[in-house]
Design a protein around this ligand. Structure first.
Ligand code: NAD
Length: 254
């Protein structure tokens, strides 16, 4: 308890799934967490209540990161809440997690569907990070949620995998620029995790067999499996790790 005491964290897309798991884990170690949501305000407020009932601190902020002006809206809400709660507009930990599922091969990919994945997984994190920089304290942490699909080829995750590949490159490049400020930038590459994004796969017996067969452990992942890695990357213990892509797939292979 208390590894992240006095730290302020922003987790995008934290109303459910992996983001929710990360928000709970960071708060458990004492961070005050901004639980960001797109449209599901109620779910985000439930996450805030779960954190508070465990003795932690959190607040919910909403913004559509795929919409024009959405990121400005995100920071206006964040600044307002932080000013009120802490008297400063400063952040220690940023987790870029928000995202959408998209199953499509190259032939099934349209200009619009490609813009969708590139918008939420490349453009949004770039400008969420850009606007975080003046608020992020030296020694801070940026954690990007990428995917094991950048290392294991799934032809039906064509655009999705390409967009996550861009986040891997962003991680590696940005770590060099921010090193002078002691800020670490790392990415987590989850394998198949039990979230709403995979509800269709995991509701079907064949899908469950496929999902549990991917990892070396014979099971699919849970949000907590990813959240504990994020917790390590957010903590002082990871200070000498930057620009790295950390596998969170239980040794998955096809
Ligand atoms: P999820 O669908 O459960 O949660 C996604 C979150 O992102 C939700 O809170 C949603 O509201 C938010 N979001 C989506 N579009 C948004 C927008 N336009 N503006 C603001 N918020 C938006 O998904 P998840 O499985 O928890 O995925 C979280 C992250 O983990 C994603 O980046 C995903 O690509 C990555 N990931 C997931 C898996 C997996 O198997 N579930 C595997 C590898 C990587």
């Amino acid at each position: 308890m208390g590894k992240l005491k006095k730290k302020i964290a922003l987790v995008t897309g934290a109303s459910r799934g992996i983001g929710r798991g990360i928000a709970l884990a960071l708060a458990r170690e004492g961070a005050m967490v901004a639980v960001h949501y797109g449209t599901r305000r109620q779910e985000a407020e439930e996450v805030v209540r779960a954190i508070e009932s465990g003795g932690g601190e959190a607040f919910a902020i909403g913004a559509d990161l795929a919409a024009s002006g959405g990121i400005t809206e995100l920071y206006a809400a964040l600044d307002d809440a932080l000013q009120r709660l802490t008297g400063a507009k400063q952040l220690d930990i940023l987790v870029n997690n928000a995202g959408i599922g998209q199953y499509a091969t190259i032939r099934e990919t349209t200009e619009e569907s490609f813009d969708d994945v590139m918008g939420i997984y490349v453009k949004a994190p770039v400008f969420v990070i850009q606007q975080a920089l003046p608020r992020l304290r030296d020694g801070g942490r940026i954690i990007n949620i990428s995917s094991a699909a950048t290392r294991i080829a799934f032809p039906n995750l064509f655009g999705y995998s390409i967009s996550k590949g861009a986040i891997n490159t962003l991680t590696f490049v940005l770590a060099q620029e921010l090193g002078a400020r002691g800020i670490t930038v790392n990415a987590i590459l989850p394998g198949l995790i039990n979230t709403d994004m995979n509800a269709d796969t995991l509701s079907d017996p064949e899908g469950r067999r496929f999902a549990s067969g991917l990892s070396a452990f014979g099971r699919w992942g849970e949000p907590e499996d990813v959240a504990d890695i994020a917790l390590f990357l957010a903590s002082e213990a990871s200070r000498w790790i930057t620009g790295q892509l950390i596998d969170a797939s239980g040794g998955s292979r096809l």
